[in-house]
Design a protein around this ligand. Structure first.
Ligand SMILES: [Zn+2]
Ligand SMILES: [Zn+2]
Length: 209
């Protein structure tokens, strides 16, 4: 069994936007990760995804609440689910992404948690008027957040896509895609190792997800 990441989005999201995001997430394919896509509205697409119900809720409910990564109820339900939840989810949001950090609420374009969940919000990218630039920015941001599924933390190498992706400023979003399009060698190596390790766990340790 291979590592598998599924990009989940609402059918209302524009096709060129989902395609750009999928291109970014598919950069994980070079490490041997399977990448596909599914609609948040399709039960069968969401069901085998770890925290899939949570991702669907964030996408569909649009209640403007900050993301609670703990979501214990759903984690517990996943553990006792009849079918395995081995696919990692990459959720695409249309609303701003609000995160709670040290008691403060902050907006971010994306979030990715090691072995857990990745999210990307389209909201700020809509401020980039040039469509080519917007799609390129989405692709790069998707690459960054997807890589967090296999790499915790950031990189200090100036040209690496895993540099901390700053917040929500349009100019910084554009700058980041021009200056940091790809993984540096160290990140490449680290992600490769983590992907292999998780693949081993998927195949040898029951219940790992
Ligand atoms: Zn990051
Ligand atoms: Zn790096």
């Amino acid at each position: 069994m291979k590592n598998h990441v599924r990009v989940i989005y609402d059918p209302s999201v524009a096709k060129d936007h989902t395609a750009a995001i999928l291109r970014g997430v598919k950069s994980l394919e070079r490490f041997g990760v399977l990448v596909d896509e599914g609609l948040a509205t399709e039960r069968t697409a969401v069901k085998p995804v770890r925290l899939g119900r949570y991702i669907r809720r964030i996408i569909e409910e649009r209640n403007g609440a900050p993301i609670d990564f703990k979501c214990w109820g759903i984690r517990l339900a996943d553990v006792f689910a009849a079918s395995p939840k081995d696919i990692l989810g990459f959720g695409v949001l249309e609303d701003p992404l609000l995160l709670e950090k040290d008691g403060k609420i902050e907006e971010s374009v994306g979030a990715g948690r090691f072995g857990d969940i990745a999210l990307l919000s389209l909201f700020r990218f809509m401020e980039i008027r040039n469509p080519q630039l917007r799609l390129k920015a989405l692709e790069t941001a998707a690459k960054h957040e997807a890589a967090h599924l296999f790499k915790a933390g950031h990189c200090t190498e100036p040209t690496c896509v895993m540099q901390p992706k700053p917040v929500v400023s349009k100019s910084v979003l554009v700058e980041s895609i021009l200056l940091r399009p790809d993984f540096c060698r160290d990140c490449e190596r680290e992600i490769n190792a983590k992907v292999s390790l998780r693949e081993y766990e998927l195949n040898h340790i029951s219940g790992a997800g």
